[in-house]
Design a protein around this ligand. Structure first.
Ligand SMILES: [Zn+2]
Length: 73
């Protein structure tokens, strides 16, 4: 099976390959930190939306954000 985003093989129990899975894990971890650091209570979507507007977001992260945001809609 292929990664939802790219042509690489997806890892077990995930829709993503090793790189995109890593990016997604990073996003998840940072989501909690973000809300704590800014004392906000953003939803997952709001957080992803905010991140997607930052310039210094890596390509792997950006691709995962796009997919995650599409998935909910
Ligand atoms: Zn991938």
């Amino acid at each position: 099976m292929k990664c939802i985003i790219c042509e690489r093989t997806r890892i077990e129990n995930s829709g993503y390959c090793i790189y995109h899975n890593k990016a997604r894990r990073y996003l998840k971890e940072n989501y909690k930190k973000w809300n704590e650091a800014y004392s906000t209570n953003l939803t997952w979507d709001q957080y992803l939306d905010k991140l997607s507007k930052l310039e210094n977001v890596g390509i792997w992260i950006r691709e995962v954000i796009d997919i995650e945001l599409k998935k909910v809609k």
